[in-house]
Design a binder for this molecule. Structure first.
Ligand code: NAP
Length: 500
């Protein structure tokens, strides 16, 4: 916690210095979106490009009182929004999707500027957001209840689904657009209204989303965007009885705080939290597929994905061959400013993220791990780049074997038996994703059942699909996004008992 704050302090000092020089004055200020109107405020936070470590825009912020007002306006809008048909709500979502699609290149660029990820990956994020909007537009018409055979004569029983009310949504910086859409789209489809608070580091793609919602003619108060001090906004979500649901994606540490804060008001929470995903590569795996899979699972999004491979375990028979091939591939990764063509590894989000990765590298080496490639700062500029690194022989007590490194750093270790692989894979408090590379069908089924994770990639490095539930077990969270489950998170289930 201390380290995290230290990093933020440092960034803040840089910003204050620039602000003092008036350098921020000339930058575009992005607005919040309140009750159908875009509002630019005097109190802004700078948005910094990780590739240059320089601010390039400001985001307007609002105090807690404005969040209370937004919840009140959202509550008022809810009375009308819930009366619209699922089909009508779906049509609005389709319009938002069409708007995002039209602005695909511009929004992808914005994501790369605020987050640092390679442009092609930002474009894929926009495409996935559009796909989520299409799915939930259709799901809006499928919030089925059911009828139940009666227990006593003269009664009938119905199960009815109704929207919960105003939802407070908090999203992280690592997939700034798609993880916000994963909350907003199902909530709107269900008939809820939403107040979204994006991560302070990456609020601009959320503004673009708000612009698309506005252009789609979404009624005022149905979707609102706020920014400001996270703890204050979250406290208003927690304390305000008109906010009926909180949906959060971010660290387990903050999620734990929300669970504690939700106790007083018994506020329903959906939590998508941290992960520490293992990759298990067996002797019988399709070797090339396993190498490619491990590369994607580890290095996609510059290693800053919640389902990133944090620990790679390779069976002894192919271990040396795997390490040689994997290191060869990692050395060939193109690092650089995400806006440049062909870049595969962008900058990590901030100084704090870079320092954490460097500390994990130092710690692992001090505890006996061998550095096979990379691991230093990349480039001569001030951007927060790290040379993609591979460490082998990493002891279980190394920091990175327990905490998310959230950077392009791979830890590769050997194992002997399937039982050992499962035991080591499950030896974590997290349970978001797990990956298995094997051609043995029986083994695949055994592992599908024994691995403690909400998502299992069997010979598949990207176990995410719009129509399938996404989420974790253990300390990786509560509930699921996407799939049919995604919309259910915003619906109350009512039993109606009818005497006839
Ligand atoms: P974070 O520090 O927990 O921040 C996430 C969001 O919570 C941001 O909007 C942040 O606002 C806000 N926040 C910060 N302090 C808060 C508080 N006291 N109360 C309420 N909200 C607060 O996480 P992050 O560093 O942005 O994201 C990385 C983490 O998210 C990793 O652990 C990753 O594994 C996890 N993640 C999980 C999933 C999943 O689906 N399970 C997906 C992606 C990421 P500010 O930005 O203003 O501080």
């Amino acid at each position: 916690m201390g380290r995290r704050n230290h990093g933020r302090e440092r960034t803040r000092r840089t910003i204050d210095f620039l602000a003092g020089d008036g350098l921020l004055g000339s930058m575009k200020t992005y607005p919040v979106y309140l009750n159908g109107g875009f509002v630019t405020t005097d109190s802004g936070i700078p948005v910094v490009n990780p590739a240059t470590a320089e601010p390039f825009a400001r985001m307007s912020t609002v105090p807690r009182a404005a969040v209370a007002q937004a919840i009140g306006d959202g509550h008022e809008a809810f009375a009308r929004w819930r009366q619209t048909t699922g089909q009508a709500r779906g049509e609005y979502l389709q319009q938002i999707a069409a708007g995002l699609e039209r602005r695909r290149d511009e929004v992808a660029r914005l994501i790369t500027m605020e987050n640092g990820k390679p442009l092609a990956q930002s474009a894929a994020e926009v495409a996935m957001s559009v796909d989520h909007l299409h799915w939930f537009a259709e799901e809006a018409r499928r919030t089925y209840g059911r009828t139940i055979p009666h227990q006593v004569a003269g009664k009938r029983h119905l199960v009815v689904k109704t929207p919960m009310g105003v939802a407070g949504a908090i999203s992280p910086w690592n997939f700034p657009l798609v993880l916000a859409v994963r909350k907003v789209a199902p909530a709107l489809a269900a008939g809820c209204t939403v107040v979204l608070k994006p991560a302070s580091a990456t609020p601009l793609s959320a503004v673009a989303f708000a612009e698309c919602a506005h252009a789609a003619g979404l009624p005022k108060g149905v979707f609102q965007l706020v920014a400001g001090k996270a703890a204050d906004i979250a406290q208003e979500f927690l304390d305000n009885p008109r906010c009926r649901k909180i949906t959060f994606t971010g660290s387990t540490e903050v999620g734990r705080g929300l669970i504690a804060g939700a106790a007083a008001g018994v506020k329903p929470l959906s939590l998508e939290l941290g992960g520490h995903s293992p990759v298990l590569v067996f002797d019988d795996a399709d070797f090339e597929r396993a190498i490619e899979g491990a590369m994607i699972a580890k290095f996609r999004n510059t290693g800053q994905s919640c389902i990133a491979a944090n620990r790679i375990y390779v069976q002894r028979g192919i271990y040396d061959r795997f390490v040689a091939a994997f290191v060869g591939r990692v050395k060939s990764l193109k690092v650089g400013n995400g806006l440049e063509p062909g870049v595969e590894i962008g900058a990590v989000i901030n100084q704090e993220g870079l320092e954490k990765a460097l500390e994990h590298l130092r710690d692992a080496r001090a505890k006996g791990a061998e550095l096979r490639c990379g691991g230093g700062r990349w480039g001569n500029g001030p951007g927060w780049f790290l040379e993609p690194a591979v460490l082998t022989g990493v002891p279980d007590h190394a920091l990175g074997m327990g905490e998310e490194t959230f950077a392009p750093v791979a830890y590769v270790n050997p194992f002997e038996t399937e039982a050992e692989a499962v035991q080591r894979a499950n030896h974590t408090n997290y349970g978001l994703a797990a990956y298995v590379f094997t051609r043995d069908l029986s083994r695949a089924f055994r592992l599908m059942e024994s691995l403690e994770a909400g998502m299992i990639g069997l010979n598949d490095a990207v176990p995410t699909a719009t129509q399938a539930p996404f989420g974790g077990v253990k300390q990786s969270g509560w509930g699921r996004e996407l799939g049919a489950e995604g919309i259910d998170a915003f619906l109350d289930t009512k039993h109606v008992s009818l005497a006839i």
